[in-house]
Design a protein around this ligand. Structure first.
Ligand code: KMH
Ligand code: ZN
Length: 280
């Protein structure tokens, strides 16, 4: 049995924006607060229970500015009941100390990537000391981390973090395999299942996403193996061959349909909070 098997529902996380795409190239990318709120409301209605957020500034550039982050957290809390997860990965250009300050915006959850990875032509830096500091600060601030695993070595670092610091706040361990990043583990069922087989026993749930063309095969493999789903324009902007994604809710709707067909319908936000150990 893989961790998470036996679950009767599916957590659908939407990652609507990311830090990599330019608004000029993808005008449908939600970058303003108004667009983010509209997206979040539509995605919740379509079956999402958690949102993984990267914030943009007035010029649509990625920012870790506290005011922008806090405004987004507050607005989404007011307008939705989604579990709000702020990215601490930011963009590859963000300094480590600034990435730690994301917790000041008091999200329900934060991403915590479990190792450095090549990221196309760039490097996404996550030294062990940074991961360890983030882990402890999230515990202290009662924020539930989602452990992002881009490569198999990241699974070993996750085990080291848990062994060293004990369980995260909430007592659950939820991980997300981010597959198909050029430089990380490939977006294939075989790679995903290799990662799942390595997960430490403390893991209570796992989800997966595939970048670009691996989006659908990885989603199908995840559902088949007892995993949950992350979808969204951060990871994929092509709905089908020659058909661009026009709105994140299309990807959430399709994920919810897949989950329904697999007899593991989308979890409500309340069910997701219980599964993740997030505060009500
Ligand atoms: N934007 C990537 C460099 C995360 O959100 O924690 C990192 C990323 C992971 O997206
Ligand atoms: Zn992200």
């Amino acid at each position: 049995l893989t961790p998470g098997s036996g679950v009767t529902g599916t957590l659908i996380t939407v990652a609507p924006t990311g830090a990599e795409l330019a608004k000029a190239d993808f005008p449908q990318l939600p970058t303003t607060l108004e667009e983010l709120v509209e997206t979040a409301v539509a995605c919740e209605a379509a079956g999402a229970a958690m949102i993984h957020l990267h914030i943009r500034d007035g010029e649509h550039r990625p920012t870790l500015d506290h005011g922008h982050l806090k405004a987004a957290v507050d607005a989404l809390r007011e307008q939705t009941s989604l579990v709000i997860q702020l990215s601490t990965g930011g963009s590859v250009h963000d300094p480590l100390d600034q990435r730690l300050t994301v917790l000041d915006a008091e999200p329900d959850s934060c991403s915590l990537t479990c190792g450095t990875t090549n990221f196309g032509d760039d490097v996404f830096l996550n030294p062990y000391g940074f991961m360890s500091d983030l882990y402890v600060q999230a515990q202290e601030r009662e924020v539930v981390p989602e452990f992002e695993l881009f490569d198999l070595g990241h699974v070993a670092s996750l085990a080291r973090l848990i062994d060293t610091h004990g369980l995260p706040f909430g007592g659950k361990v939820h991980v997300d395999f981010v597959t198909g990043v050029p430089g990380g583990m490939p977006g294939t069922p075989a790679a995903l299942l290799a990662g799942v087989a390595m997960l430490p026993a403390e893991v209570t749930s796992w989800s997966a996403t595939g970048i670009g063309r691996s989006h659908l095969p990885v989603a199908a493999a995840s559902l088949a193996a007892g995993g949950h789903l992350r979808v969204g324009m951060e990871d994929n902007v092509v709905y089908a061959r020659g058909v661009p994604v026009e709105h994140n809710s299309q990807l959430v709707e399709r994920a919810a349909h897949l989950a329904e067909v697999m007899q593991r319908p989308a979890l409500s936000t309340a069910q997701a909070r219980t599964m993740l150990g997030v505060k009500d």
